[in-house]
Design a binder for this molecule. Structure first.
Ligand code: PBG
Length: 311
């Protein structure tokens, strides 16, 4: 009877697995705060990506960790930069068997760890950053990304990236806009995973303030006006109200990112025997889908695909 009347069905094909690839690694490197998640070598990334696709996961979101960083984050633009070579590897391996997505942001590539370049006062320079995002986006599209995920929350980033792609003929490369991304404590473990904690200050000058839901909807509206193909709310769990309101207001595909801290918290509690990991993970993913997400970016993607197949 429950199955007959169930209102929400979670499917592996709506899950996106975030993956990390690090330059110059010989062995995959585990991330202590995120059990089961590693920084991959180029080789192990390829194999893990094939496994994820075979498990039915709908897409892969790739983050690169360079061996060297600089003030401009030039490793993100360089066609030989780790993210771009790994995109080429995966596109060659997988073709169009999955939706290949790239993080279009500088924090993994800058030596100061901010999502953009800095001005003379040490503040993030929005417009100078946009020029680099445009180059980075073109490099990622040429490397084979189907979808770009600008996650830096610079004003105007979607429009600038859309124009840059169209000018060089990449009009079919899509943009998943991190349209309302909050300045969240739940990104903590990611910063270990991508080794990108800001060396000073925080991201509150460009990421959203947690109390503001109407402002989040305004951010989504402007990204849609600038040409976003899909929009995202991030993090997911603490912002289900934003997700539900966005679902009512917008008809584009809606994504939610269940971030590193949400994943780490469930694992930590389960490790102590305080939660059943599988039930808690599937319940939180179901909640995100019920709130209105079509697509969920989650580190549980592979496990969830396996758990759902067993149901
Ligand atoms: C920025 C970016 C971050 C995450 C995804 N893209 C870090 C940040 O904004 O500080 C966090 C994702 C997570 O916590 O899982 N490139």
């Amino acid at each position: 009877m429950r199955r007959l009347v169930s209102e929400t069905t979670l499917r592996p094909r709506q899950l996106i697995l975030p993956m990390f690839v690090a330059e110059g690694l010989e062995q995959p490197r585990p991330i202590a705060s995120m059990p089961g998640v590693v920084q991959h070598t180029r080789d192990t990334l390829r194999k893990a990506a094939v496994d994820a696709v075979n498990a039915g996961v709908g897409g892969l979101m790739l983050f690169g960790i360079p061996a060297k960083r600089d003030a401009e984050g030039s490793g993100g633009v360089d066609e030989k930069g780790i993210l771009n070579v790994a995109l080429r590897d995966l596109r060659a391996e997988l073709g169009d068997a999955t939706v290949l997505m790239a993080d279009t942001c500088l924090d993994e590539f800058t030596d100061h760890g901010h999502c953009g370049v800095l001005d003379a006062d040490g503040d993030v320079d929005n417009d100078a950053t946009l020029r680099i995002y445009a180059e980075m986006a073109v490099a990622q599209a040429e490397a084979g990304a189907h979808v770009l995920g600008p996650s830096g929350m610079m004003d105007g980033q979607v429009g600038v990236i859309r124009r840059a792609l169209d000018e060089v003929g990449h009009s079919s490369t899509a943009i998943l806009a991190y349209a309302s991304k909050f300045a969240s404590a739940f990104y903590g473990p990611f910063r270990e995973a991508a080794d990108c904690a800001p060396s000073f200050g925080d991201r509150s000058a460009y990421q959203m303030d947690p109390p503001n839901a109407r402002e989040a909807l305004a951010e989504i509206t402007s990204d849609i006006d600038e040409g976003a193909d899909a929009v995202m709310v991030k993090p997911a769990g603490p912002y289900l109200d934003v997700l539900a309101r966005a679902r009512e207001r917008f008809d584009l595909p809606l994504a939610a990112y269940q971030v590193s801290g949400e994943y780490a918290a469930l694992h930590a509690a389960a490790d102590r025997g305080w939660l059943d990991l599988r039930r808690a993970a599937l319940e939180s993913l179901t909640g995100i889908a019920r709130a209105g997400a079509d697509v969920i970016v989650t580190y549980f993607a592979l496990d969830a695909a396996a758990w759902l197949a067993e149901r």
